[in-house]
Design a protein around this ligand. Structure first.
Ligand SMILES: Nc1ncnc2c1ncn2[C@@H]1O[C@H](COP(=O)(O)OP(=O)(O)OP(=O)(O)O)[C@@H](O)[C@H]1O
Length: 314
């Protein structure tokens, strides 16, 4: 096995080609290709079971791939897992904290793993307690903290050794909207210091904050790019219809082959019409007996709807 660190200058933090993972007959990740530029926040967006965690574990070297090649920070992952561990951070879905250790003890334990000792460790812990607003909780058991505090401690642990590349597996699923917002601000602070971040989520609004993202379904990458590029490339036009009896109208519209989806949002239906329809406003107006129709800007949720499920066209 090759263990010497061969690091080549590269603009990419992660490059994966044909990355697959099979568990028996189950294909959890299917021929995934990725190129993630350094210094960016990249998202994996998809429902439970689509392969987000497995992909992250493959990219961290914790799980061995069935097929494919991965390069991390310019080094091939295979054979360099140990040396790369010092350069990457990983925050798991369940935060992986020791509930019966205090905040300070959790940090101290992680610090020792990364070889921090004495004054250097003391200084780094103080810095992190201040940065992640945990000074008052330093002596509190991790198990007794709120979801938001646990999340901040988990991020402090994952970044203690100042990794160049940070993997975050659904880091916000257990916290309220205010904490989620604050957490994302912290991610952009880390990004501004040059850290590359790969974050998985099933929240559309979080995916929209990423510089770029991949939409995953059943282990397959359905689409990738910046949120704006994905919206621009969407194979559908969004038309909003207002009026009465929207539930019945939805039933009628979704039978039509040129309509990809119709979903009610408040007092209107949001209808995704195939791009090939020349005059979508008039088209929907006629189908809905002259109800009011307006064009709307696409959202990432619209992109998700058009590239997953039955609507996916390869
Ligand atoms: N060790 C394993 N053995 C067998 N199947 C597995 C294993 N790990 C994951 N899987 C399966 O692989 C698929 C992808 O799982 P994965 O955990 O990567 O999805 P996910 O998108 O992260 O979802 P979640 O958010 O629920 O964790 C699922 O069908 C899952 O049941």
């Amino acid at each position: 096995m090759n263990t010497s660190p061969i690091t080549e200058p590269t603009e990419f933090a992660i490059e994966a080609k044909g990355l697959s993972k099979h568990f028996g007959n189950k294909i959890a990740v299917n021929k995934l290709n990725l190129t993630i530029p350094k210094g960016s926040i990249y998202g994996f967006l998809g429902p439970n079971g689509c392969g987000k965690s497995t992909s992250i574990r493959l990219l961290t070297g914790l799980l061995e791939a069935s097929e494919g090649n991965v390069s991390i920070l310019g080094s091939p992952l295979l054979g360099h897992e140990e040396s790369l561990k010092k350069r990457i951070g990983y925050m798991t879905q369940k935060f992986s904290l020791y509930d019966n250790l205090t905040v300070q003890e959790n940090l101290s334990f992680v610090g020792a793993i990364y070889g921090f000792a004495g004054k250097r460790k003391k200084n780094r812990l103080e810095e992190l307690l201040a940065l992640y607003d945990l000074e008052k909780q330093a002596k509190q058991f991790a198990g007794s903290m709120s979801g938001g505090q646990k999340q901040r401690l988990a991020l402090a642990c994952a970044t203690l050794h100042s990794p160049e590349l940070l993997f975050l597996d659904e880091p916000t699923s257990a916290v309220d909207p205010e904490n989620r917002r604050e957490f994302w601000e912290r991610l952009f602070d880390l990004c501004a210091t040059g850290t590359t971040i790969l974050v998985s989520t099933h929240y559309m609004d979080e995916a929209e904050r990423c510089h770029a993202l991949a939409i995953l379904e059943n282990g397959n990458k359905r689409a990738d790019g910046s949120p704006q590029a994905l919206m621009d490339a969407m194979p559908a036009t969004v038309v909003e219809v207002s009026g009465n009896k929207l539930r019945q109208l939805k039933q009628t519209l979704t039978q039509h082959p040129e309509i990809l989806s119709a979903a009610q949002i408040g007092a209107h239906l949001r209808v995704l019409v195939k791009k090939k329809v020349q005059d979508p406003l008039n088209f929907i107006s006629q189908l809905s007996n002259g109800r009011e129709t307006v064009l709307a800007r696409p959202s990432l949720e619209d992109v998700f709807v058009t590239c997953t499920g039955d609507r996916y066209v390869d």
